[in-house]
Ligand binder design. Structure first.
Ligand code: IDP
Length: 136
């Protein structure tokens, strides 16, 4: 059974030249890229994307960071794609993410952890629609 997930290569990942590395890992794993776009988010879309964190103390910082430059939005498809990508990404706090994962190999700070991946089928459906409203 195939599912879709929304992945972002965040502005730090783009700035650091990690687009190819992330996509290579995704493809090596066997997940299929079914949509891909380089874009800079406006504040409204950023707030909608991170709506669940609106009350957190780091929300302002999060929105500022995610709108700070171009990011790459991807839709991936494959068996248990949501969990499969989160496993490739590693833990949210890059100090705790295992070596061999994207965050474990490339990041140290929680605010700049290279990638985002949807965390549930409900989030994936909402996020895919937010980033690619006409595609799916
Ligand atoms: P996730 O990206 O692993 O799903 P979430 O808990 O949904 O993690 O948090 C969303 C994003 O918010 C994280 O990827 C991280 O960049 C940022 N974040 C989470 N906690 C903190 C914090 O305490 N300070 C700054 N940024 C944070």
């Amino acid at each position: 059974m195939s599912e879709r997930t929304l992945v972002l290569i965040k502005p730090d990942g783009v700035r650091r030249g990690l687009i190819g590395d992330v996509i290579a890992r995704v493809e090596r794993k066997g997940l299929k890229v079914v949509a891909l776009e380089l874009r800079t988010l406006d504040v409204e879309t950023a707030k909608a994307h991170y709506a669940e964190h609106a009350e957190k103390p780091f929300f302002g910082e999060l929105v500022e960071f995610i709108t700070s430059g171009p990011l790459v939005a991807l839709v991936l498809e494959g068996p248990r794609a949501i969990e499969a990508f989160r496993s490739l990404a590693g833990a949210t706090d890059p100090v705790k993410s295992a070596p061999g994962t994207i965050r474990g190999d490339h990041a140290l700070e929680i605010g700049e952890n290279v990638v985002h991946g949807s965390d549930s089928p409900e989030s994936a459906a909402r996020e895919v629609k937010l980033f690619f409203p006409d595609r799916f």
